[in-house]
Every structure is written in C-alpha cells, then in structure tokens.
Design a protein around this ligand. Structure first.
Ligand code: TEU
Length: 550
C-alpha cells in the first residue's frame, strides 16, 4: 500500500457560515477563520476542508454557486482568501475546497444565458427537456422533496434540478461543461489549494433515457438511477488525466448512491479517479420507509458492520474516509452515542473510534468540544432549505410542522449548523451581531474557552487521541480485525502490522460490561476515564486502547 500525506493526515471540516463572525453581521467569515488558525493547528489536524465560500445567493448555503472564481461577499474578499491559504500553509497545514459542479446556481451567468432561448450557446450547459402529457418529463423526486423538473415559460421546456429549483444540474455530456470544470479546478490549484471535496460527484453522469422512478424507495432510486451513471468513470478519469494528476493534491468524492459494490470503481488505486469517497452506509442507515424525516433508531450491529465491510473492501487497493457527521447530519454525539449525562465520555469514545479506524479521519467543527443537536421550539427558527421544504410539504397536507419537530430534532441538518460555541459570553463568542441561526443555549456549559482550561476536557482528549494516531502509524496503515463482532454493546477491534498490535475496546452503552477479548499482554495507552485501569470491566461509554505485547 502506498503511503501519502492524505492517508496520514487528519481533516478538520469548516462550515464557514457558523464558524466565527468578525464583522458583526451574524455570519461567519474568512477573517474569522484566520483568527482561529492557531486554535485549529493546536488540535493537531493537518488538512482543513472548507465548505463553499464562492459567490452564491445562498439558497443552499453556498452549495448553489453563482461564480466559481470569486468569494461570497458575506465571507470576505479574494485577498482574505489568499491570506487564509497562506496562513494555513505557514502553519504546515493544507487546504481542500468544496467543488460543487453537479449543479450551479440559477444565478450563474451560464444559466442566465441558457434560459434565454433554445439556441443560446449556453443552452446545453444544463439539462432541458420537453414535458410529457402536460407535465414534467418524468416522475423523479428530488433530494429535497418535490419534482426534479422546473418549467420555464419563456422556452416552454423543463430544466433538471436534483436539489432546489435554484440549483440547476449541469450537463456533463457537453464537453464544454467538462472543460469549464477543468478550468475551475486548475484555477484553484494554481492558487495553491491542496485538493477538493467533490459535492455529489456520483450524480454527474445522467442516464439518458430519463425513465420514471424505478422504485418508490428513494435510496434505491438514488443508487440505481440517479447515481453511478454510464459515463461517471469516464468523466472522472478525464478530469484526473487533464488536471488532478498534474498536482500533488487530494480528492474526496461525496457519494450518495455509492455502495460497497461501486466503492473500488471510484477509489481503486489502478482507476485514476478519486483518492477517497464519502459513502453514506452509516449515515443513511436509519432512514425509515418515509425517507429522511422518518428516522429509525440506530442499529448498533449494522453500524459496526458498515465499517468492517468497507475496510474489507478497500484494504488492498483503495482508501477510505472515516466520518461520523458533517454539515448535513445531526451531531455525532447526539446521534451515534448520547448527549445525556454520559456525553463527555461518549464524545471521547467517538473521538477514539475516529482516530483508530483505517482511513482518513474527518472531524466536523464543534465535535471536538462535544457540541450537541439543537431543539428549536418554533419551526421559524429553522433555516435549512431541506427542513423548510419538508415543513412546506407537511403544510400542503394540512399538517402543522410544530407537531412533527421530533423528526427534525433527530435528523435535521441545522443540528450541525448552529454557531461554534467559543465562550460562555454573548452569542457564545461567535458574533457581536445577531447570528444567522440561533446559538444552542447549552453554550454556557459547552464551549471552547472552558474546555481549554480543563486538562480532561473533550477538547484536550481530541488533541491527545489525534496525536496518538500520528505517533502510531499502525493505526493509519495497519490491518483491522473486529473482535466479537456480534457483541450487543462493545465495538472492539485489533489494529496490527508486523511490528505492532493494538486493541481498541469501546463500550457503546449506559451499562457496565465485563468484556473478555481473550487477548493477553495488554498495556493501557489511551482511555477516556481518568481513573481507568488495565482491566476490561468497561463502564458506560468507556473507551480504552491497549498495546498488545507478545
Ligand atoms: O449533499 C448531498 C447529499 O446527498 C446529502 O447528504 C444531502 O445533503 C441531503 O441532506 C439529502 O437528504 C451535498 C452537500 O453536502 C449539501 O450540503 C448540499 O445541500 C447538497 O449536496 C447539494 O449541493
């Protein structure tokens, strides 16, 4: 297996809107990130992934880009961006950007041209179709609900949008579009950025028949009909050959619909496509029949099995990404562990999991202090377009969103989008003005300033366990083998190579569990209870990592 910086690095994801506001307009900004670079460096992370900062009308918080070569006014200027990049590089870190090219904003100049007339030179930059029987071209449902087709009266055709109406899908069949994407990517590489996270990259190649949905199950339609289209690998190989391969950069493709079966096609070392993908097997595992807003409890067995199956799939020829949350999902501690009385231990346990599996770990901003989900009483406090669309759909059925807030508490994207809690002062130290989304009221107890002062805080544990991963390369490259994989409460595994062996034991429960891994010669190295001992009587949410001696 080849060794590289992006396999050994730890990534920290920034959602700029909610990170740190220096202007008082209630929106985080690039100078706000610059101000916190020493803090980010102090975590021990190597790579920053910055969510979109390009010009955007913000229908989907920057995932609707109106100009790929400029910075959003609310976030600052290109000079600010250049200072950010230099500040990151000065500290020995790298920066990866978000590349959102499955779609653009409808306010992008290309789309403004495209909608003017059927013979406009930009018409084929997007996907236009005539209607069928007075309705849309087919019955496709979008990621945020409703039809994926929007009628345009001027030219009497429909355009495709897999996300909001303000996010028209680009037509990758058009070689000019692919060339534009290459130019965008090259532009940022020439500026010195170190890679890209590629938004919904699995969706760029459409199936030309545009047949009706093959299944009422959204996840099935995504995998078999929306994603993994016939030319996806050709497109990625072309991008790789023309641009990616010319630079020492990293790529991680975001991949709804990328299941185990497709994984290696995208990331196999012999494929010349992407370095890693984010698959969603654990992130969408608890969707009920009603889709995202019909969540089921997390199935712990399945949760473990997902990591095991993917490790097995990628171990010889690929590489994985290890993440438990991002800006699209609830807070990891609330979702996969507990934000009740055991929150402190539970957050540390998840940090241990992130840093001891094989694959590049991604830490989402705020998880390093154990930030939790938000429960707004008033539906009006929610800002996410996906949640708002769902409220609208409920209202259309005569229902009151107020009666359905539990689903949003469980699964809504705003859970992860409340401002970072820096202090116990005004607006949690995020902004002097009124934050664009309300701060989680628990900031008086959960904040960076407080955790800096406490050697045993979640924050300081993150620092310790990140350093631990870096000091023990076996945790990066070594083999992974689950121990007693069917245990109802414990997630345990060995990581080993020819020289070293480690045992990780994580108690995912509120109970004390007497665990017997039948392995001897254990020396305790990392643990989340200060008074931990070498035994395996695991207290609630206890995590221990041992060296295994022969
Ligand atoms: O997300 C795509 C995706 O498939 C989901 O995780 C999704 O956002 C969703 O919540 C479906 O239920 C990416 C971005 O990460 C997301 O923020 C954008 O809204 C989306 O693409 C469109 O660009």
């Amino acid at each position: 297996m080849t060794k590289t910086w992006w396999k050994e690095g730890v990534v920290y994801q920034i959602y700029p809107r909610s990170f740190n506001d220096t202007t008082g307009n209630g929106v985080g900004d690039i100078p706000g990130i610059i101000e916190k670079l020493d803090y980010i460096k102090s975590l021990g992370v190597d790579i920053i992934w910055l969510c979109p900062v390009y010009k955007s009308p913000n229908d989907d918080n920057g995932y609707d880009i109106a100009d790929y070569g400029n910075i959003m006014d609310e976030f600052g200027t290109m000079e600010d961006f250049d200072r950010l990049l230099a500040g990151i590089h000065d500290r020995g870190m790298k920066l990866i950007m978000d590349l959102v090219v499955n779609h653009s904003s409808d306010e992008h100049a290309w789309f403004e041209e495209s909608k003017k007339s059927k013979d406009n030179p930009y018409r084929d930059y997007y996907i236009w179709k005539t209607g069928v029987n007075g309705g849309p071209p087919n019955d496709w449902q979008g990621f945020f609900g409703g039809s994926t087709w929007e009628y345009d009266e001027n030219t009497e055709e429909y355009y495709l949008h897999m996300f909001t109406v303000k996010q028209p899908d680009l037509n990758w069949e058009n070689p000019k579009v692919r060339k534009e994407v290459q130019d965008i990517v090259r532009y940022w590489f020439e500026k010195g950025v170190d890679g890209f996270r590629m938004d919904v990259i699995s969706l760029i190649s459409k199936r030309p028949e545009y047949a009706n949905m093959i299944s009422p199950l959204f996840s099935e339609a995504v995998e078999k009909q929306y994603a993994n289209g016939p030319r996806i690998h050709e497109f990625l190989q072309e991008l790789n050959k023309e641009v990616l391969s010319q630079y020492d950069i990293m790529t991680v493709g975001e991949g709804p619909g990328i299941t185990l079966e497709h994984g290696l096609d995208y990331v196999g070392e012999d494929r010349n496509e992407l370095n890693m993908v984010f698959h969603f097997d654990h992130m969408f595992m608890n969707m009920g029949d009603g889709g995202r807003f019909d969540p089921l409890p997390i199935d712990f067995q399945e949760f473990k099995d997902v990591f095991t199956r993917w490790d097995e799939k990628l171990k010889d020829k690929g590489w994985g990404s290890i993440f438990l949350g991002n800006h699209d999902f609830p807070r990891m501690v609330s979702r996969f562990a507990t934000d009740g009385p055991h929150r402190d231990k539970a957050a540390k346990l998840l940090a241990t999991l992130l840093m001891t599996l094989r694959g590049t770990p991604y830490v989402y901003q705020g998880d390093e202090i154990g930030m939790t989900n938000i429960h707004f009483d008033d539906p009006k406090d929610y800002k996410d377009v996906e949640t708002l669309n769902w409220f609208r759909a409920l209202e259309a059925e005569g229902k009151d969103p107020k009666d359905h807030l539990q689903a949003v508490y469980d699964i809504g994207r705003d859970n992860a989008r409340t401002p970072i809690q820096w202090t116990d002062g005004k607006n949690a130290g995020f902004s002097d003005g009124e934050p664009w989304i309300k701060v989680n009221p628990n900031y008086s107890n959960i904040n960076v300033e407080d955790q800096e002062r406490n050697v045993n805080s979640i924050l300081n544990y993150f620092r310790k366990v990140i350093q631990f991963r870096k000091d023990h390369k076996t945790l990066v490259y070594g083999d992974y083998e689950p121990i007693q994989p069917n245990h109802p409460h414990i997630y345990a595994y060995r990581r080993f190579d020819e020289e070293n062996e480690y045992l990780v034991v994580l108690n995912f429960s509120d109970e004390t569990v007497d665990f017997d891994p039948i392995i001897t010669g254990l020396e305790l190295l990392i643990y989340n209870y200060t008074d931990a001992t070498e035994d395996l009587l695991m207290r609630p949410w206890e995590a221990k990592v041992f060296r295994v001696h022969d």
